[in-house]
Design a binder for this molecule. Structure first.
Ligand SMILES: [Zn+2]
Length: 202
């Protein structure tokens, strides 16, 4: 299944409440989203190795006693930090949560093809748990309640309910794209360039 990269015509405007900073290690490997507070800590600790993109957020600090001026710090959308590389940097499996699963399947029931809001979706085990199916990315799909009930504890073949797409484990980069609704243009460009080639949208 091709991943739908949530591009929009109007890129989100960076605000402190919604913006997350994309953190990399010094070698440029993608780590995770971090909050602006965590990003400020990196800057203050002098742990920023390099940044990408134009400054997107300005954080106002305290007032200087000497000058009376308020300190400000400009944050960049992508920040590489010094220090140890984490194991984590090498494409870890994203945790299988319903939120992440429904995002992978774009909130579409993979049996009937209709789109639902998350409260009307369920996690269906393609090979049912009762038949020793695993609770893992490659064996779970989003299903509406009606389809899930209809399928019951049968396989898609037994239930004559073919799957509309093959379930897969999202890469870490896909997970980062799917898990943030407020990705800035610089961040999206960087992430899309790190997607597995067969999952980039034409
Ligand atoms: Zn359905």
């Amino acid at each position: 299944m091709l991943m739908e990269v949530p591009f929009s015509d109007t890129p989100p405007v960076a605000t402190l409440n919604t913006t997350r900073v994309l953190s990399l290690d010094a070698a440029g490997r993608i780590l995770d989203w971090i909050s602006w507070q965590d990003a400020v800590c990196l800057y203050v600790r002098g742990a920023v190795a390099w940044t990408l993109g134009d400054a997107c957020l300005t954080v106002h600090g305290g007032q200087s006693r000497a000058s009376g001026l308020q300190s400000t710090l400009d944050l960049h959308p992508i920040v590489a930090s010094t220090g140890h590389c984490r194991e984590h940097a090498i494409d870890p499996a994203p945790a299988l949560t319903n939120t992440a699963l429904f995002a992978r399947d774009r909130h579409i029931c993979l049996y009937c093809g209709n789109q639902y809001n998350r409260h009307d979706l369920t996690r269906d085990h393609v090979l049912p748990l009762s038949k020793k199916g695993a609770d893992e990315w490659e064996n779970v799909v989003s299903a509406c309640l009606a389809c899930n009930l209809r399928k019951g504890s049968r396989t898609p073949a037994q239930a004559n309910m073919p799957l509309l797409a093959v379930p897969y484990r999202p890469s870490w980069v896909e997970h980062l794209i799917l898990s943030n609704r407020n990705i800035l243009a610089d961040q999206m460009e960087f992430l899309v360039n790190h997607l597995p080639k067969n999952r980039r949208r034409a």
